[in-house]
Design a protein around this ligand. Sequence first.
Ligand code: 3PG
Length: 414
Amino acid sequence: FLTLDDFNFDEKRVVLRVDINCPIEPNTGEILDDKRIREIRRTVTELINKNAKIVILAHQSRPGKKDFTTLKNHAKVLSDVIGKEVEYIDEAIGSRAREAITKMKCGDVILLENVRFYSEEVLSDWKKWEGITPKKQAETNLIKKLAPLFDYFVNDAFAAAHRAQPSLVGFSYYMPMIAGRLMEKEVGVLSKVLENPERPCVYVLGGAKADDSIRVMKNVLENGTADKILTSGIVANIFLVAMGYDLGVNEEVIENLGLKNQIEIAKELLDKFEDKIVVPVDAALNINEERVEIELNKDEKVEHLINDIGEKTIELYSEIIKEAKTIVANGPAGVFEKEAFAVGTEEILKAITNSKGFSVIGGGHLSAAAELFGVADKIDHVSTGGGATLDFLAGEKLPVIEMLKESYKKYKSQ
Ligand code: 3PG
């Protein structure tokens, strides 16, 4: 990638795309967790110190969702985070925004309006790379109006790197696309664990979005980087069903989540990698909101909802995690929002922080749990990405990263 070290930003106008999509209280608009805003501090302050004029583009949520809001509060939080006034402009491409941009002084920071307020940004086909060329995105009004105002495009939006929207890739057609410091850090850490981890390398995969976890599992088993996979949550239930356990009502949950097709994939993975995939030996059932632990065995049907892993599984997984040199975790082990079923997630997170291995966690849910249990600071890398991190670990090509590579090829000699 091209990085902030490769250019002289003195007096230059920089368009900086970030991902500060945050959890928001829909009624008050209050930002509930500002991690993503804190994580872009390094890039923003470095550009200020290098005497650039910085215009930030970002999104919040998607059209139709309750937290699809303006970025007014984001500007306030960002001002606090960088210790300097960030001017918020409630539009992105109109004459008022463009005039403000042309009048900026060195070191000024402007945050433009939620870029997904503009339909071109959210038109069909942007979720994946197929059918989209950066040229097509470069020809949108959004980019055509803004691009002439800038010298450089810095992309620090790792959490949106799996999107091919105009604001994420379009500018690269007109100017160098440079990785911000957060982008560099995320891609550096995740590439290392994916390509060249210290061993043993253990993946701890849980949560309800089991298809995402199973995509990751398939990739890291097939490319040989995972030595063990510890399953929990719905992911574990899918593997237990694939192994012939009768999980009763839990099988309906799998079906209702649209995940029945994952059982076949689980069977195929078990055929090839049985020795690497570990499933729970016991479970905590939710019986009228009470925690009741049972041992799992193939001859007994499970009559209630599984809401957590049991004590023996916690012990077994903690032992394996203790010996690991690399740990990658995604998704909670149980319904940690309910106190009675939080112990599995909490203990696994503690085992991860107590292990000497290098730890990486991804996905919003597990990072929220790590915050809740006060262990987030002890994790070596809490990725800012949700879908982007999972796509990366699943070995998929991410549009933003592909364009960063292109830009490097195009501009490296200049
Ligand atoms: C995220 O929260 O994962 C990113 O901001 C991307 O959001 P999206 O899934 O709406 O594109």
